[in-house]
Ligand binder design. Structure first.
Ligand SMILES: [Zn+2]
Length: 346
């Protein structure tokens, strides 16, 4: 497939923008997921989001949630750090069923706290010295984070469509900038969701009984986040020809009443979790051994994770755009404002 020039330009810019980081995918990985998503979109996705300048912004802001992690503000970190992960196994450890999770974040938090307390023997004790952010009792809220950003984006697109009809050029520009910010930040979290160590309680290495002898050393998480990508020299440019087209997510009401996008996100994270054992096995067998340049097999594994993230992200963006109707409240306010500013001629 021929790679559009604008995508090559994005890749070039991203290569310059990327400092190395050790949490979530590294900066390069997150930027690649956003780049892949930008190139997964069909012709009915708005072209203004894909101009070189706006695409660069979406790629740059892929790392905005990790910029926050460097803060010392414990209240903000308490709220924000739980957004990046989902220790899927802990749902079953707490006696809950992942197929019936509430799509409402705080309802789930209350339910999980009670379930965890009732199955406390299945959890490692919370050590206060490692719980400065007061989040250790939770499995992470990544599914809710992604689904909530989806809702934000859909509403932001509704505002864009309404301002495009009734707003001033400045209002249109502001509404589009807001939507771009949400697209980018949401991309960070969808990218987290394609990394198996972000959807498992075995995030820093294997813990507990370890009959297969999987890696448990420090540095493992960072190795998959960024070390392996760096050693293998994986770039967006080489992945772009393999981008999978965005596919709209079903928004049809579900018999159980749960939000269909939330369920699609949970399914996406479950699929990523299925890659956890293969990932540990690749470390053990050699293709993704810590500190060693990945083999072709190890590289292909990382490639597929990044491509999966890009596909899911593009699919969510596309779904949000297609299902964003007019904001009727905003429309009526703008119509009143416009009528007062430019009264109809008698
Ligand atoms: Zn993250």
């Amino acid at each position: 497939m021929k790679i559009p020039l604008r995508l090559l330009a994005i890749a070039a810019v991203a290569a310059v923008l990327s400092p190395s980081r050790l949490h979530a995918w590294g900066a390069e990985g997150h930027e690649m997921v956003n780049q892949l998503a930008l190139s997964s979109l069909p012709a009915d996705f708005p072209r203004w989001a894909l101009t070189p300048a706006n695409a660069r912004q979406v790629v740059f802001l892929a790392n905005e949630p990790d910029f926050l992690r460097d803060s010392k503000d414990r209240m903000m970190l308490h709220a924000a750090t739980v957004d990046h992960d989902f220790d899927l196994e802990e749902i079953a450890d707490a006696g809950m069923d992942v197929a019936t999770l509430s799509p409402f974040r705080y309802e789930f938090a209350v339910q999980f706290a009670a379930a965890r307390a009732a199955h406390v023997a299945n959890f490692r004790p919370i050590e206060p010295q490692y719980n400065g952010n007061h989040t250790a009792g939770f499995p992470g809220f990544l599914p809710w984070t992604i689904a909530e950003y989806y809702g934000q984006l859909q509403q932001a697109f509704s505002c864009v469509k309404t301002f495009e009809k009734y707003g001033t050029p400045d209002e249109v520009a502001g509404a589009r900038a807001n939507a771009l910010w949400i697209m980018a930040v949401m991309g960070h979290f969808v990218g987290d969701g394609s990394q198996p160590l972000h959807v498992s309680k075995y995030f820093y290495g294997w813990t507990g009984p370890n009959p297969k002898g999987y890696v448990s050393r420090g540095g493992w998480h960072g190795w998959i986040d960024s070390g392996a990508i760096e050693k293998a020299g994986i770039t967006a440019a080489e992945l772009l020809p393999r981008v999978r087209p965005a596919v709209p997510v079903s928004v049809a009401p579900r018999p159980d009443g749960r939000d269909p996008v939330f369920v699609a996100v949970v399914d996406y994270l479950k699929a990523t979790n299925l890659q956890l054992i293969p990932l540990y096995q690749l470390e053990k067998d050699g293709p993704l051994r810590m500190g060693v340049p990945p083999t072709a097999e190890g590289r292909a594994f990382i490639d597929d994770r990044l491509l999966d993230g890009g596909e899911m992200l593009g699919s969510l963006w596309l779904t949000a755009w297609r299902h964003a109707g007019p904001d009727y409240y905003l429309q009526s306010r703008l119509l009143r404002r416009n009528a007062a500013t430019h009264p109809a001629a008698p």
